[in-house]
Design a protein around this ligand. Structure first.
Ligand code: HEC
Ligand code: HEC
Ligand code: HEC
Ligand code: HEC
Ligand code: HEC
Ligand code: HEC
Ligand code: HEC
Length: 368
């Protein structure tokens, strides 16, 4: 019994493959409409209309010692066209990687070895980020800057061709022996909550999502948040005035709420919805009156143990007098946080009283 049928009966009879025929037909019609074979996109750096010198733009007879016959070592090669030189129209990356927060390309690209295996399995090896780690210049195309790279999904799964951007990032930001933090743990699909980078999120209710742009079925990328603060400059997580390489401002310390201060979140989450307590019934009081940053309650990546990306900061939040420091979700909007918060010179103890009512400094909000 073969229930799966790929061919229609007529073509099986004639021994043809309809899919192949369809593709051929598509090709023929493309050639008729476009005399130039546009179906085969030419990689930018091998396109003679863009780089007249061809291979010689980057390679020469003998080349620099220890490189793939490159005319210059390291990133200097790229900065010839992607630098500050007057007349360069390929995008000035030099001025971006020298911003306050950056990928340390200039400092560490000399540690890149052609053909190296990532993630790194040797804890003492110097970490690095070179242009070639994130771009294969023989293959990349306009709008497909990361085409032609290998990838890593975390959990020991390597891929020959990265399909998603995060697979390139995880070559250095997952369980590399020399990585300072394993970011792949934050996004693991077995976590209780996570921003939907690897897979669709597990949220039940996100009323603040700016509809039309993002929905509960959306995937987002690392570079939706990590990128150039200059919206008219080159795209990509090369550098930013906001650390760690954030596209928009996002302050961690206490301070007055404003559209700018948490702009990173407000790009996708409607400010009015958050500040009118559409979900959490005490967003406004914490954010506006107590001037607490989102980052004291939420992780921007994900949480292994809590829903709603809840992950308390360590500067202001401590265990309560019972030694409890935990989040328990209740009726939507009225969760119970058992902890002590030390802000603006005051202590706010959150705990259950003798009657098991949820109270903050002995004041118990009704209906909570
Ligand atoms: C925009 C610059 C640039 C151009 C143009 C360019 N290459 Fe390369 N090529 C590089 C860089 C950079 C490397 C080293 C990559 C690394 O270290 O990971 C490289 C490496 C190579 C290698 C070593 C194997 C590999 O893929 O790493 C070969 C072979 C090669 N290039 C051939 C060519 C040929 C042939 C052309 C012309 C059709 C060409 N390149 C055009 C920059 C360029
Ligand atoms: C001889 C000049 C030249 C050199 C050298 C050069 N590029 Fe480019 N690059 C260009 C041009 C031109 C574009 C296309 C700009 C556009 O479309 O507006 C480009 C585009 C790109 C893009 C965007 C994606 C794409 O493929 O269109 C990336 C990424 C890039 N270059 C990386 C590099 C890296 C990494 C190096 C160093 C190995 C390098 N380039 C060296 C001229 C150069
Ligand atoms: C070849 C290795 C490599 C790849 C690939 C890579 N990075 Fe990095 N990244 C680094 C290094 C090295 C640093 C400097 C700090 C460190 O050692 O982690 C860094 C720093 C960062 C920082 C700043 C962290 C801080 O604490 O200031 C962010 C954010 C970041 N990378 C995001 C990304 C994203 C997003 C991608 C994928 C588009 C990516 N990285 C791909 C090597 C890499
Ligand atoms: C590029 C868009 C984007 C940005 C920027 C963004 N978010 Fe989200 N966020 C989403 C999407 C999409 C979801 C829905 C995920 C789902 O379906 O589970 C979400 C969900 C959430 C949730 C609910 C998660 C759950 O499991 O219930 C919280 C909390 C959250 N985001 C907080 C933040 C904070 C804090 C910031 C700023 C640091 C931020 N977001 C920035 C797109 C974004
Ligand atoms: C005092 C802790 C705290 C602070 C500060 C805080 N949140 Fe929340 N947030 C929560 C809790 C708790 C929930 C879940 C409430 C529930 O439904 O049970 C939540 C839910 C959310 C959600 C998911 C539901 C929705 O509204 O779409 C988003 C998004 C969110 N917060 C964004 C933010 C942003 C952006 C900021 C900063 C401007 C912020 N939060 C500040 C505690 C906080
Ligand atoms: C919704 C926005 C958002 C997305 C999506 C996102 N990040 Fe981040 N990332 C942040 C913020 C904000 C911080 C600063 C820490 C904080 O405040 O929670 C950060 C911190 C980092 C750091 C510094 C180390 C650390 O954990 O503090 C690295 C490295 C990093 N992110 C890499 C990545 C990579 C790789 C991806 C994609 C797999 C990614 N980020 C996706 C917002 C984001
Ligand atoms: C950590 C990874 C990483 C490193 C290192 C890196 N890039 Fe990129 N770059 C990216 C990503 C991701 C994008 C694409 C962003 C997008 O399309 O949204 C990009 C985009 C670009 C673009 C196209 C910009 C645009 O506006 O379309 C150029 C040009 C470029 N990179 C050149 C370089 C050069 C030159 C270097 C070395 C000095 C370099 N990159 C280093 C990740 C990286």
């Amino acid at each position: 019994m073969g229930p799966v049928k790929f061919r229609n009966r007529a073509s099986v009879r004639r021994g043809e493959r309809p899919l192949a025929r369809l593709l051929c037909a598509a090709c023929v019609s493309l050639v008729i409409i476009f005399p130039v074979p546009v179906a085969l996109a030419v990689p930018t750096h091998l396109d003679s209309t863009k780089l007249k010198q061809g291979c010689r733009a980057c390679h020469k007879g003998h080349g620099q010692k220890g490189t793939m016959l490159l005319t210059k070592t390291r990133d200097d090669l790229c900065f010839d066209c992607h630098g500050t030189k007057a007349g360069n129209r390929a995008g000035d990356i030099y001025s971006v990687v020298t911003k306050k927060s950056n990928h340390p390309v200039i400092q560490t690209s000399r540690f890149h070895v052609s053909g190296e295996v990532l993630p790194d399995d040797y804890a003492l090896r110097q970490r690095h980020a070179s242009c070639f780690d994130c771009h294969n210049v023989h293959i990349s195309e306009k709008g497909k800057a990361m085409k032609g790279l290998t990838g890593y999904r975390g959990n020991h799964v390597k891929v020959k061709q990265a399909t998603y951007e995060y697979e390139v990032c995880f070559k250095c930001h997952a369980d590399s022996s020399n990585a300072p933090v394993d970011v792949s743990q934050d996004f693991d699909v077995s976590n209780v909550s996570f921003h939907p980078v690897e897979s669709f999120g597990k949220s039940t209710l996100v009323p603040s999502l700016r509809h039309g742009r993002f929905s509960a079925g959306s995937l987002i990328t690392c570079s939706d948040c990590h990128g150039n603060d200059d919206r008219s400059g080159p795209k990509g997580p090369h550098g930013s005035i906001y650390a760690p390489i954030l596209k928009f401002q996002y302050d961690n310390d206490l301070g007055p709420e404003s559209p700018e201060r948490y702009k990173l979140c407000y790009e996708c989450h409607d400010r009015t919805s958050i500040l009118s307590d559409q979900s959490f019934k005490a967003h406004k009081s914490h954010i506006i009156y107590n001037r607490i940053s989102c980052s004291q309650c939420h992780s921007a990546h994900g949480s292994r143990t809590n829903p709603f990306l809840i992950s308390f900061g360590s500067t202001f939040v401590f265990p309560n007098s019972r030694g409890e420091l935990l989040f328990t979700a209740g009726t939507p909007g009225t969760p119970k946080c058992l902890l002590t918060c030390h802000v603006n010179g005051l202590l706010y103890e959150h705990k259950l009283n003798a009657k098991l009512l949820y109270c903050v400094n002995s004041k118990c909000p009704p209906n909570w």
